[in-house]
Write a protein that binds this ligand. Sequence first.
Ligand SMILES: [Zn+2]
Ligand SMILES: [Zn+2]
Length: 250
Amino acid sequence: MKKVSLLFLAALQVACSGTDSSDANGSTTSGTVDITTVVQSKFFNSAVVSTSGTSILIKSNGLPQHKTPYWGVGNDLYEDFPDGYHTNVNTSISAQNYSMTIPAKPVASTTHEETTLGAIGLALNGVPIYNDREGGNVALDALTITTFDYSGAHPGPSKDYHYHTTGRYTTTDDTNLVGFLRDGFPIYGRKDNSGTYPSDLDTYGGHTGATADFPDGIYHYHASNVNYLNTGYYILKAGSYYGSKGTFTQ
Ligand SMILES: [Zn+2]
Ligand SMILES: [Zn+2]
């Protein structure tokens, strides 16, 4: 009897490992939740979504559809800076040529690569999401934050507009879907579906659970719930990716 159950267990193990193929990066090749239809329906503005086999390609010009002082005085979408805030040395924004490739079925990585300076994802309007780092790969300081607009955004040296934090036109203190990171996992505002702040976030700033867009549950990030340097801005995402990041070109 005991021998039979051991054989059964061994057979079960073979069956399971057969569905868990790993690639060279130590990640499984495919997750269980397909994000394709949500990505196709939620991206807007300049973002164009296309699919190719098991991956999704999102292209955008990175320009926001909303107001910012970085459009420049006289532009229909111009609004002033928050009180005491001002332009950075890059002064204005211009169109870019972004391409982000993400898996249709994002999957956890075993290596959890660190996010780096530059785009770590795209907001739904095609504007890049950055982490908590600035030029020289140093953490954002209070002085740099005084160059943010109401969206927690400013342009880089290529006049490439990007979000570092929550803000007026993406998410403030809510459950909004902000965008998708380069590993294909969605990022939401500071609150969960239930309207409360999640208390079980892992070291990557996410957890698995139901969201408005994925009622059957998916791993998802949340914006940080820490008032960064007491500025009233909340970093969208810092630290490492949960999954394996795809390519991002500009
Ligand atoms: Zn920046
Ligand atoms: Zn959540």
